[in-house]
Write a protein that binds this ligand. Structure first.
Ligand code: NAP
Length: 480
């Protein structure tokens, strides 16, 4: 199958934080990839902006290092791409460089401003974009995570942005929403008639959402220690996966129709009992130091692992819990949603009480795809025995390779240029998520709760296993 590339309109993309880590690793290579795919026209331009004083040529040399290419053809394409790129040095909190930027942007193209900078720059940059007449009522502004540290700070960021931009112009990135499988979850649910009739508490016994990482927080321990797994992963990425799994079908695939349904899920989340949460911190191993050493604080009570049982209090999900789990230094790097269907109400096969059950596993990484575990007859003579077999679809095998390797960032940037907010978080959605998360975090603080140590390379602390055992269930093995 050949991937269809739909060109976007001519644009001026202004990338703040153009010399930063995220820009170097994800945004610039992603933009080049879209250029190579033929998605933007040769009259589009990308204006890199950051604090360092660099000439256009010095900046382009940096990009040559960041975007590695093989072969003469790709090198030629990189030259063409770089001819669309220019650089301006600006002080985001002062007045230096803004006149130059105002001169550089054009009036006849889509204008998008990507703020790949720390959140304390969002307000100052938004105000200057307006004051210098660089942004118009049609411009788009993209902001990176973290969007706030708690409800109060998220509200303050929303207020700062809305002073200068309308909600329909603001694109809050959660790169998980740009993943192929996450969008496929919506296609699976709403473009097929097979699953949706079963997508409720009558047929689904429980759901497990796991985002595990094998790496430690080394190198960014001090930063991570201010946040922890709940803020860094659950409030945004896992919450988004939960919303897309649990939401009602929107009436159309339009930004506000989809986001309205996601907000309803967050608002239906019950407060979580402390008993239904397991928090952990990884110990030292042969390969690396402990979380406490990485955090630089021997008394840190920040969690590098969290598992929790979450109830969505509505008709569709009553008595069907969602178990969320995420952490660092775990057995494998994997992200998946596993939907456990109920067993058949009556077993006709003698001597077999419980079949293996149907589990639909939606994999985000590695190898984006889906697996449906089914129960079949064990082949061969010898009577009726049952065994498990999987229907497996790895997208890269089934679909166009090029579209699969497309990174979430490049997909989302093209959505910004198209003016499609469907895969971006709305302000009220972010605030609703913080309103649910804040009391949980405050409870830990009030009780001065200490996370339970766990071994690196394991599946997390014992409390996480007990959380499931108490309910007569088991976690899917990480990396299964
Ligand atoms: P970073 O490497 O520290 O880069 C920060 C950027 O901000 C640099 O380009 C820097 O320019 C620029 N900057 C700093 N002060 C400035 C000023 N006064 N005026 C103008 N520009 C200024 O940060 P990052 O890791 O790329 O992260 C950027 C944003 O993305 C943050 O909000 C972060 O939370 C988010 N994010 C990052 C990642 C990641 O993997 N890195 C992942 C998810 C989200 P100079 O280099 O010229 O000083």
């Amino acid at each position: 199958m050949v991937a269809r590339v739909i060109p976007v309109s001519k644009f001026d993309l202004v990338l703040f934080g153009a010399t930063g880590d995220l820009a170097r690793r994800k945004i610039w290579p992603g933009l080049f990839h879209r250029f190579v795919a033929g998605q933007f026209d040769s009259d589009s331009r990308i204006l890199g902006v950051s604090r360092s004083e660099l000439t256009n040529d010095e900046f382009r040399d940096r990009l040559r290092e960041a975007i590695s290419v093989n072969g003469d053809d790709k090198a030629k394409l990189l030259d063409q791409f770089l001819s669309l790129v220019s650089y301006t040095s600006i002080d985001a909190k002062g007045e230096r460089g803004w006149d130059v930027l105002a001169e550089a942007v054009r009036t006849d193209s889509v204008r998008a401003f990507y703020l790949s900078v720390a959140p304390n720059f969002f307000g100052p940059i938004a105000r200057r974009l307006r004051n210098y007449g660089i942004a118009t009522d049609e411009s788009r502004i993209v902001v990176e995570k973290p969007f706030g540290h708690d409800l109060a700070s998220a509200k303050a960021l929303n207020a700062e942005l809305r002073e200068c931009f309308d909600e329909h112009q603001i694109y809050r990135i959660d790169h998980y929403l740009g993943k192929e499988t996450v969008q496929n979850l919506m296609a699976l649910r709403f473009a097929n008639s097979l699953f949706e009739p079963l997508w409720n508490a009558s047929h689904i016994e429980h759901v497990q959402i796991t985002v595990s990482e094998s790496l430690s927080v080394e190198g960014r321990g001090e930063y991570y220690d201010q946040s922890g797994a709940m803020r860094d992963m659950v409030q945004n990425h896992l919450m988004q996966l939960l919303c897309l799994t649990a939401m009602e079908p929107p009436s159309k695939f339009k930004p506000n129709a989809v986001r309205d349904e996601k907000v309803k899920v967050i608002e239906a989340l019950e407060p979580v009992d402390a008993r239904d949460i397991a928090r952990g911190q990884y110990r030292a191993s042969k390969e690396h130091a402990s979380y406490l050493d990485h955090a630089g604080d021997p008394k840190s009570r920040t969690e590098s692992f969290i598992a929790m049982k979450v109830n969505v209090a509505n008709w569709r999900w009553a008595k069907t819990p969602f178990y969320l789990r995420t952490g660092k230094c775990l057995r494998a790097r994997t992200s998946e949603i596993a939907v456990y269907f109920r067993n058949p109400p009556h077993m006709i096969f003698p001597g077999i009480d419980t079949p293996m059950g149907n589990i639909l596993v939606i994999r985000l990484q590695p190898d984006e795809g889906m697996t449906l575990h089914t129960t079949i007859k064990d082949p061969g003579p010898g009577g009726m025995r049952l065994t498990e077999a999987s229907l497996d679809m790895t997208f890269a095998d089934s679909l166009a390779q090029d579209e699969i390797v497309q990174d979430a960032y490049e997909r989302l940037i093209m959505d910004v240029i198209r003016g499609d907010q469907t895969l971006f978080m709305r302000g009220d959605e972010v605030e609703a998520a913080w309103a649910w998360v804040d009391p949980i975090i405050n409870g830990w603080k009030d009780r001065n709760e200490k996370p339970q140590p766990y071994d690196s390379g394991s599946s997390g602390p014992e409390d996480a296993l007990l959380l499931m055992h108490r309910d007569g269930r088991r976690w899917r093995p990480i990396g299964a």
